[in-house]
Write a protein that binds this ligand. Sequence first.
Ligand code: G4P
Ligand code: NA
Ligand code: NA
Length: 190
Amino acid sequence: MEQLKQQIREHGIVLSAQVLKVDAFLNHQIDPALMQRIGAEFARRFAGQDIDKVVTIEVSGIAPALMTALALGVPLVFARKQQSLTLTGPLLTARVYSFTKQVESTIGIAASHLAAGERVLIVDDFLAHGQAAQGLISIVRQAGAEVAGIGIVIEKSFQPGRAELEQLGYRVESLARIASLEGGEVRFVD
Ligand code: G4P
Ligand code: NA
Ligand code: NA
């Protein structure tokens, strides 16, 4: 998606050979017009997949996932990372290990917000090692729902997340694929 790549070129900051900072439009300040286009693009790519629901994880997945859900005309559910006061009743959970933070955490979605047989599109802002996506897949499957696809805004293709998800048989659509961040420079796949 050319407009996204343009934003990354103009406003992305390479923090290391592993980490790209995009706080100017995605992870802190949010560009609503860009999010709207991202949502429309995911809706286009997954049209005909009979998506019933979009699922993401707080915090930074919510903006692109919300615009995707709006474009598809379906609800969005986000997994919580922390227990909420109002989150009562049965909870579907998964343990997620973060390579970036080197900590394991539990994510959860109330069982009442996912139904057996639903077709779910998972959306997230970044794909690195794929741990967040695999945690969401686990929760969707615990509900008896089906993962119809995975939409990623920025994929770091030099990390193993995409290959592992594809190995498991999932369709991954990434709007920007980064081949390398070496030398302080963003290089895209293709
Ligand atoms: P994984 O899910 O693909 O295995 O990734 P990992 O554990 O490494 O990611 C932990 C957090 O860091 C996630 O956000 C993820 O989106 C983010 N992240 C990973 N690589 C990058 C990167 O190169 N740039 C940026 N900006 N973020 C990256 P999080 O902790 O859940 O944060 P938030 O969504 O609550 O803001
Ligand atoms: Na993030
Ligand atoms: Na995220």
